[in-house]
Design a protein around this ligand. Structure first.
Ligand code: HAS
Ligand code: CU1
Length: 596
């Protein structure tokens, strides 16, 4: 079985061309991490009033750069590298045409460079270009057209990457018609299917509204519509960041712990659930938006609560797999097995601490998701506290920690210093524990997010221990530790690149305890799951979108419906949409048949 065979050869020995792509993707990712970290430390010290090296008028340029470089470039470039590794490794065959692979890598890099330049230009007053729109870039904030064009190019690149992986899998399937999809490939394909569905909405928002608006072709947009299209994409994108971490927790972490994945079928169920449920929940970011009926918000909340299930299943499966490893190593007792784990390995400790923090981040997510308690924390710094535990730790720390394991596999170079690596991941954990806990606490005090000046005239936050000032100190210390940790990570990696190549680094990934043959075959029916996912999206979004457009117009109130020259285009679109909806209806009917 291809999953088990890795032999004595590392990934780079077997697939040197693909390994180059993976290394390039990781380098792009880590360059973005470096930039993001610099803007991170500037803004933490500014906001907490510890050190102000920029004028407050530049705060939003810094905040946009921090957000975009970290949650778009760092995470997604890591993802494309990791997915290339995982797919090629688990199918045990090279990509079909490496030129196509370099093409999408080039397109993604070009797109991100355009977007990055448009943001950084905001620092240069003499340039008539800026994009201080934050990473959520919704109207009425407006960016230079280069920002939106870059994003569109980047997303198209990611679509081609997905097509590259799907093609390779289809070729494999032709040669292995009776085999189950290898688990890592299954994870890559389901995640990409989710990405195609989710990113379609942001593509419409950018290409049909925001870009024409920034180019001056249309005078205004309907802000509720573009916000809703953004969050249609904006919730599932968080699982696009998370799935690489889950892939590593499921398939690599158990091995490092000395064990095996507990259940392959359960892992497949989890990824299918993410494909189905990630998208029809985005309105949980809009509980406080006017113009969306409470009933639609309630449906979104209910869907979100269902979406907790795959993560709770993950908590169980991953911990069970690690425990199995510890018991194999002689661990006993209710909790005594924990002492038998390889805590000295940075890749292990980093991923475990990331998981531990995700448990906390998951709980703050449950608070966010409740319509009534969301009113308490929405737009406060509680929300950045939440996402620094999820994307900022569960994802970012897993990506860094796993690099200590992956990099030797893709380069044949041993890590320069594993002890610095261990120190680095623990430092991240401590820094984040301070920073995110204090952010949550400040949020409950009502401290707003996204502002350089969080204090109001004539209003005093509570003083003393647990008060505004003291929590600010915790945030500043935590943020500084995170910055130091990032620099240690990057420095260690750069020194690793200078190491000579050696042999004998190959690691194999053992098969799961309960393997794919225990999973019902229907789990591998990607068409079925994509079909159901689309139906759920239509159910969740058709009515809210129709209501938003009929109330506010496609381009906002008071503009007629749209400029005259666009009428034929929209008519054609409306016809196409009617045909599409008809087709979806037919598909759902046949799906209902299949399921029955
Ligand atoms: Fe979230 C806002 C709800 C997960 C990211 N979220 C955000 C924003 C970001 C973000 C970036 O409902 C801000 C957007 C903005 O700028 O406005 N979120 C949730 C819910 C979940 C959730 C219900 N979020 C994530 C993940 C993210 C992420 C994952 C990034 C990767 N979030 C919300 C809501 C808002 C929101 C509202 C809007 C707030 C507002 O008002 O603006 C769930 O998916 C969470 C489920 C997770 C769990 C935890 C399971 C535990 C596990 C740990 C296993 C342990 C291990 C190790 C492996 C139930 C899997 C054990 C170790 C040992 C030592 C034993
Ligand atoms: Cu969300």
């Amino acid at each position: 079985m291809s999953e088990a065979i890795e032999g004595e050869r590392t990934f780079v020995d077997k697939f040197p061309q693909e390994a180059r792509i993976v290394r390039s993707a990781f380098m792009g990712s880590f360059f973005a991490l470096f930039l993001g970290a610099i803007f991170g430390i500037i803004q933490t010290l500014h906001r907490t009033d510890v050190a102000r090296i920029i004028p407050s008028t530049d705060y939003y340029t810094v905040l946009t750069a921090h957000g975009v470089f970290l949650v778009i470039s760092f995470t997604i470039f890591f993802l494309v590298g990791l997915f290339t590794w995982a797919l090629v490794r688990s199918l045990d065959r090279p990509l079909l045409n490496i030129k196509i692979t370099w093409t999408w890598y080039g397109i993604m890099s070009l797109g991100m460079t355009m977007t990055g330049v448009s943001i950084l230009a905001g620092f240069v007053d003499s340039l008539d270009m800026s994009a201080d729109v934050l990473y959520t870039f919704y109207a009425p904030l407006q960016a230079h057209p280069l920002f939106y064009t870059g994003l569109a190019v980047f997303i198209v690149g990611s679509w081609i990457a997905g097509a590259d992986w799907f093609r390779t899998w289809i070729a494999w399937k032709r040669d292995n018609p009776d085999e189950r999809i290898p688990l890592q490939t299954f994870m890559v394909l389901t995640t990409m299917a989710m990405w195609y569905i989710a990113s379609s909405a942001v593509a419409v928002s950018v290409l049909a509204f925001l870009l024409p608006w920034s180019l001056g072709f249309i005078d205004q947009v309907n802000p509720t519509l573009t916000r809703t299209l953004f969050w249609f994409f904006g919730h599932p994108v968080v699982y696009f960041w998370l799935m690489p971490a889950y892939l590593l927790w499921y398939t690599v972490l158990p091995k490092i712990a000395g064990g095996r994945l507990f259940s392959d079928p359960l892992a497949r169920v989890v990824f299918v659930l993410f494909l189905l449920l990630s998208t029809p929940v985005g309105i949980h970011h809009q509980y406080l938006d006017p113009g969306i009926a409470e009933g639609f918000k309630f449906i979104s909340m209910t869907n979100t609560m269902f979406l907790l299930l795959p993560s709770l299943l993950t908590a169980f499966t991953v911990v069970a797999s690690v425990e199995y490893g510890a018991r194999q190593r002689g661990g006993t007792g209710l909790l005594g097995w924990l002492t038998e784990l390889p805590w000295r390995k940075p890749e292990f400790t980093g991923m475990m601490l990331a998981g531990l923090m995700f448990a906390a981040g998951g709980f703050s997510g449950m608070v966010n998701a409740g319509m009534n308690i969301n009113y308490l924390i929405h737009n406060t710094i509680w929300v950045p506290g939440h996402f620094h535990l999820t994307v900022g730790t569960a994802v970012a720390l897993t990506m860094m920690a796993s690099t200590y394991w992956l990099w030797p596999q893709i380069s044949n170079k041993p890590i320069y210093s594993r002890s610095i690596g261990l120190f680095q991941v623990v430092l991240w954990f401590i820094g984040m524990a301070l920073m995110s806990n204090a952010m949550h606490a400040q949020g409950i005090l009502g401290v707003p997010r996204r502002t350089a000046e969080p204090e109001y005239a004539g209003f005093d936050y509570p003083a003393g221990f647990g008060g505004f000032e003291e929590l600010n100190i915790q945030i500043a210390i935590g943020g500084t530790l995170l910055f130091v940790s990032t620099i240690l990570f990057l420095g260690n990696l750069i020194l690793t690149m200078g190491n000579p190549k050696v042999s004998g680094l190959a690691e194999e990934l053992p098969p799961a305890l309960s393997g794919p043959d225990d999973a019902p075959r229907v789990l591998d029916n990607l068409r079925l799951w994509v079909g159901i996912a689309l139906v759920l999206v239509v159910l969740a979004y058709a009515l809210p979108l129709a209501a938003i457009i009929s109330r506010g117009g496609l381009l906002g109130p008071g503009v007629g419906t749209y400029p005259v020259w666009l009428v034929p285009a929209f008519d054609a679109l409306a016809n196409a949409a009617t045909t599409l909806l008809g087709a979806i209806g037919d598909v759902s009917a046949s799906l209902a048949e299949v399921v029955r």
